[in-house]
Design a protein around this ligand. Structure first.
Ligand SMILES: *Cc1c(COP(=O)(O)O)cnc(C)c1O
Length: 362
């Protein structure tokens, strides 16, 4: 059996280091905020080529707090990709603002910058691109559109730890970047975790206050904040894993190259990587109109696959009040019917791409 992702192998490879880091936190007697968290925040900011990092409880909270830090709320509109994990949209609706979807470039699956201007209206405040599947979104035109229209740019980097856009690490291209450390992400904790990175001191400060009850000084609450802190235990685990992230992303890149070589003539539509992108290869997503049949054949051969995502946000019951017809966003709808994520990860066995190729052409 080939699992879609082997989280146990990831732990076992680093077990001595991770166990020592956890023991260090247990022995410290300090379990909320503190030095371990601050050390991770400094190290992750440096890794992301960003001025600041603030740890939070999960990726969804990172998005919500980033949007709140920008002062976005009721009556505001935020431009989001139609093709994304629902968290991107939920963060916008959580603050009372309205997500305004923009369709992707079908080649890259990421938000199509050329379609953004038509979605900008008098209430638009933010553009929120997602670096989906670990593939950087095309930031330069997005930032130019935002600058001209006076909009902020919030990036959802939850799938793209370590990716580079035009040679520079993701982390501070836009105003603020949101990260998830959910266990299955490229940089994954042993539980929930998240962070923001930014070059803007004002936004880092606002998120730092919001995540801790709106408080800078104990029992003095300046804004109505929330409890969304990154545990020192998770910070200690993430510090270990961060030192291996580049090596593990290199293994993912090799797996993607092997898929490209084995599946080149398969008839499947393979990922397209623009020459300015250095992806983190969180997912290796192929497309075919025969998706369900292919998934069945791979299942039968013991090869685990997933669909990211089977129902686009606009077709979810959670957004039924927006009253969007399925065909209102035809590209997102079609991708949901055709995409399939093949196994990929730092511990994927070398023979997997050949085994997958054998199932494509039975
Ligand atoms: C995982 C993910 C999130 C949310 O992260 P959580 O830590 O699970 O809350 C947000 N956006 C995208 C694109 C994701 O993949």
């Amino acid at each position: 059996m080939i699992p879609f992702l082997d989280l146990e192998a990831a732990y076992l490879e680093l077990k001595p280091e991770i166990d020592a880091a956890i023991a260090r936190v247990l022995d410290s007697g300090w379990y909320i905020m503190g030095a371990e968290l601050e050390a991770f925040e400094a190290e992750y900011a440096a890794y992301c080529e960003a001025g600041y990092c603030v740890g939070v409880a999960n990726g969804l909270d990172a998005l919500v707090l980033a949007i709140r830090a920008l002062g976005i709320g009721q009556g505001d509109e935020v431009i989001v990709p139609s093709n994304t994990y629902i968290a991107t949209w939920l963060a916008v609706s959580a603050v009372g603002a309205t997500p305004v979807p923009v369709e992707p470039d079908p080649a890259t699956h990421n938000i199509d910058p050329a379609r953004i201007p038509a979605a900008i209206g008098p209430r638009t405040k933010v553009i929120l691109p997602v670096h989906l599947y670990g593939q950087p979104a095309d930031m330069e035109p997005i930032l130019a559109i935002a600058r001209d229209a006076g909009l902020a740019v919030v990036e959802d980097g939850a799938q793209a730890h370590g990716a580079r856009y035009k040679g520079r690490r993701l982390g501070a291209h836009g105003d603020i970047v949101c990260w998830s450390f959910y266990p299955g992400k490229n940089l994954g904790a042993l539980g929930d975790g998240g962070a923001i990175t930014t070059n803007r001191a004002d936004l880092a400060e606002k998120v730092a206050v919001l995540r801790n009850y709106g408080s800078r000084e104990k029992y003095v609450n300046e804004v109505a904040g929330v409890n969304s802190r990154l545990d020192p235990l998770q910070a200690a685990v993430l510090r270990v894993k961060l030192t291996h992230l580049d090596a593990w992303n290199t293994r993912r890149t090799a797996a993607a190259a092997a898929y490209g070589a084995k599946l080149g003539d398969s008839g499947l539509t393979l990922p397209v990587v623009p020459d300015w992108a250095e992806p983190a290869w969180h997912l290796y997503v192929v497309r075919t109109s025969e998706r369900d049949a292919l998934k069945k054949r791979l299942d039968a051969a013991g090869i685990g696959t997933l669909i990211h995502y089977p129902i686009p946000p606009h077709m979810q019951a959670a957004f039924a009040q927006m009253g969007m017809a399925p065909d209102a966003l035809p590209i997102a709808k079609r991708l949901a019917d055709e995409v399939l994520s093949l196994p990929i990860g730092p511990h994927m066995r070398e023979e997997v791409p050949a085994s997958v190729a054998g199932c494509v052409q039975p």
